[in-house]
Design a binder for this molecule. Structure first.
Ligand code: AHG
Ligand code: MN
Ligand code: MN
Length: 338
């Protein structure tokens, strides 16, 4: 008896398009499908990282002032080369590239979408075999299709995203995406090279029992943040059960755990970083979109991440993201209500 194959991500994307966007051209579906293929190529390199020359550093420093890991560079190039000729995009933005990335003249111009991405999130964990990921954010362009993509196409509030997702390279490789119709997770079956639907309609619990923060930064935090984290550490919180601490150091992995099991992740602004470490366009906004689609929330301080109008490509923001009630507790501490 032939094994029943689950629903592939390609089929799921097409069914979503047929159900919700019957008059679509298929470009958005094609974009998501190409991203899933890029995820498979990166997954293969990650899973052999100890055997192929992708460990270690390239010797370069990126616009973030961080040393570029070979796998950062590899993932960045895989995504660019997968996407640049599709005709779906008007331009791209990558954590690893200072300026906007135009579509090369030799390829079809006038794509209707933008793609902003963190090609490899959790770089500090690459060489120690801890979960890492790729994060992506998709907007409709706002400039005329007769022109090349421009910065204005990227400086849109996260709430106007048409899709967002991530690929997490861990004990298995999963792709999680949202496109306005809930959050869905697909697990890569390497034996057939397909992402199969494994987590349909993911929703976050209202409140959780995990908090996730780098306690080593405590001395740099504002007193309101110190009080907030003390609240989550207190044994009487969460109805007396208290919260557990989980911190992996890869945003995608910490977020993914909180999405599936519940939790609140915090990367506060601190004395060193000023606005915080994480980037709005390709870390905070796409994950905030997914969090809200799953019934959770995400704030910078008083305001929702998705309401922030970006002013620059690599803008950093504080990030508090996870279960709705936990995020609202964070907002109460940050606005002085607690
Ligand atoms: P990236 O590897 O893309 O630069 O992102 C790393 C980020 C994020 O993944 C994680 O949450 C955070 O760095 C961890 O920062 P600390 O090591 O300062 O805790
Ligand atoms: Mn990152
Ligand atoms: Mn990165």
């Amino acid at each position: 008896m032939a094994e029943r194959l689950g629903i592939t991500i390609t089929k799921h994307i097409m069914e979503t398009q047929r159900k919700h966007f019957p008059d679509a051209t298929g470009d958005f579906s094609g974009l998501l499908t190409e991203l899933s293929i890029a995820g498979k190529v990166i997954s293969r390199a990650v899973n052999k990282a100890g055997l192929v020359d992708v460990l270690g550093k390239t010797g370069d420093v990126n616009v973030q002032g961080e040393e570029v890991q070979k796998l950062d560079d590899f993932a960045d190039k895989v995504i660019f080369q997968k996407m640049d000729h599709t005709g779906y995009l008007c331009a791209m933005a990558s954590e690893e590239v200072d300026e906007l990335i135009p579509i090369p003249d030799k390829h079809p111009q006038g794509g209707r979408y933008t793609l902003a991405f963190d090609p490899l999130d959790g770089s500090s964990n690459i060489d120690v075999n801890v979960n890492i990921g790729t994060i992506f954010s998709i907007h409709r362009r706002v400039t005329p299709e007769t022109q090349k993509g421009a910065l204005a196409d990227f400086l849109q509030p996260g709430r106007t995203q048409v899709g967002a997702g991530y690929i997490i390279y861990g004990s298995s490789t999963m792709m999680v995406y949202a496109a306005g119709d809930g959050v869905h997770g697909f697990t890569l079956d390497p034996s057939i090279g397909e992402f199969l639907l494994s987590h349909p309609d993911i929703t976050m619990p209202r409140r959780s029992t995990y908090y996730s923060v780098n306690e080593g930064n405590r001395h740099k935090w504002d007193p309101r943040v110190q009080r907030m984290v003390d609240h989550f550490k207190s044994p009487v919180s969460a109805g007396g059960a208290g919260y557990g601490l989980r911190y992996i150091g890869s945003l995608v992995a910490d977020f993914h755990r909180n999405l599936l099991k519940g939790g609140v992740f915090m990367y506060p602004a601190d004395a060193d970083s000023g606005k915080g470490k994480l980037r709005l366009l390709y870390e905070a906004a796409p994950l905030a979109y997914i969090a809200e689609q799953a019934g959770g929330g995400a704030i910078a301080e008083a305001e929702d991440i998705l309401d922030i109008k970006p002013t620059e490509l690599h803008q950093r923001v504080p990030l508090y993201i996870g279960c709705k009630e936990d995020v609202e507790t964070c907002r109460e501490f940050l606005t002085g209500k607690r």
